[in-house]
Design a protein around this ligand. Structure first.
Ligand code: DAH
Length: 341
């Protein structure tokens, strides 16, 4: 047994000193010193020894255990030192190197103006709602008092999907009006911004995709006075307290009466200049009292309820706001341009 213990000691010490990772070391510890390890296996044979031999072998076994334990501890220490050194070498940072500059994005000017407009309307008790960009002609036109055959439904102007012209890319955000009137309880006070599509060639003032902000209020006793008060509030907040507004008669199929709302040119004060193309006024939005047919088409009793609606071109108010002269700049997303706002 003495010999066995000596052999175990020699073999294990050499294995431990060449262990090259903490895992390997741990496996060796289990192999030699564990409950089912080799040292235990040898000690199980103690019963076969004589009374005299037992304490001698017991003493020797303890020495072997201690020698192994301390050698494992020492090797573990060595290995973790070595690993730390390797990690430090691998993760070395040269703090004198110039840093990488971080480029920070900015809010797009369209979003700046949209967020401002939403903020203003939320302050007046409006709720923001969303509507689909792929829409039924029924909602984009028919329910909005724009019957088949109306020139606004022309294939020249509208992106239709189905051959029967029943599905299209919405040409305006106004269909959200019908969707809200059909599904939401009265009274209604909503704002719905989003993309709209028309078959237009790209130039400084046209794009086949642009944005509108639709507004709708329906309640008992809503009048043109409410329309004017609401839109004047918006324009004062957007363009300053001194803005001069004008409500000019117009025609939309879904409102009666209808108007377009202009602001006096702030460049020339109404005299006429390049900015307002000699008009003295700049058109900002379309609006009107919701046509009784539209209310009825959406299941609302037009003898009890009335309402007003409006549609704002987001690009247009953004361009006025930041003095941007070409619509294409807004969509090209050149950061050198966008960083100016
Ligand atoms: N949908 C109209 C357009 O695209 C804009 C508009 C005008 C919306 C009057 C309205 C409205 O809600 O009442 O030209």
């Amino acid at each position: 047994m003495k010999k066995l213990l000596q052999e175990l000691k020699d073999a294990s010490l050499s294995a431990i000193s060449s262990a090259d990772s903490i895992d390997v070391l741990e496996n060796l510890r289990v192999k030699y010193l564990g409950k089912k390890g080799e040292l235990t296996a040898i000690l199980k044979q103690m019963g076969t020894l004589s009374e005299d031999e037992r304490p001698v072998i017991g003493q020797l076994a303890n020495e072997v255990r201690e020698a192994l334990t301390s050698s494992i501890d020492a090797r573990r220490e060595e290995l973790s030192k070595k690993m730390l050194e390797m990690r430090l070498r691998a993760e070395k940072i040269d703090v004198t190197m110039p840093g990488k500059s971080v480029t920070i994005g900015k809010k797009h000017p369209l979003n700046t103006v949209l967020d401002e407009a939403m903020e203003i309307f939320i302050g007046m008790g409006f709720t923001i709602v969303d509507g689909p960009e792929i829409e039924y002609a029924e909602y984009n036109f028919t329910k909005l008092n724009t019957a088949e055959g109306h020139p606004a439904r022309d294939r020249q102007d509208t992106f239709y999907f189905a051959d029967d012209d029943s599905i299209l890319l919405r040409t305006q955000t106004s269909p959200v009006q019908a969707r809200v009137m059909e599904t939401q309880p009265l009274p209604i006070r909503i704002l719905s911004p989003g993309r709209v599509y028309r078959k237009d060639e790209v130039d400084a003032t046209h794009s086949p995709m642009f944005h509108q902000i639709e507004g709708l209020v329906v309640d008992k006793g809503i009048t043109m006075g409410d329309l004017k008060g609401t839109l004047n509030t918006l324009l004062r907040k957007l363009y300053g307290e001194n803005v001069v507004t004008r409500f000019r008669p117009h025609h939309f199929p879904f409102t009666e009466p209808s108007c377009e709302v202009d602001i006096q040119c702030f460049e020339c004060g109404g005299k006429g200049c390049r900015m307002c193309k000699g008009e003295g006024w700049i058109e900002i939005l379309g609006a009107g009292m919701v046509h009784p047919n539209v209310l009825e088409n959406c299941g609302i009793d037009s003898k009890v309820y009335s309402g007003f609606a409006f549609g704002i071109g987001l690009e247009r108010i953004t361009m006025r706001r930041f003095d941007i002269s070409d619509l294409r700049l807004i969509f090209e997303n050149d950061v050198r341009f966008l960083n100016q706002f």
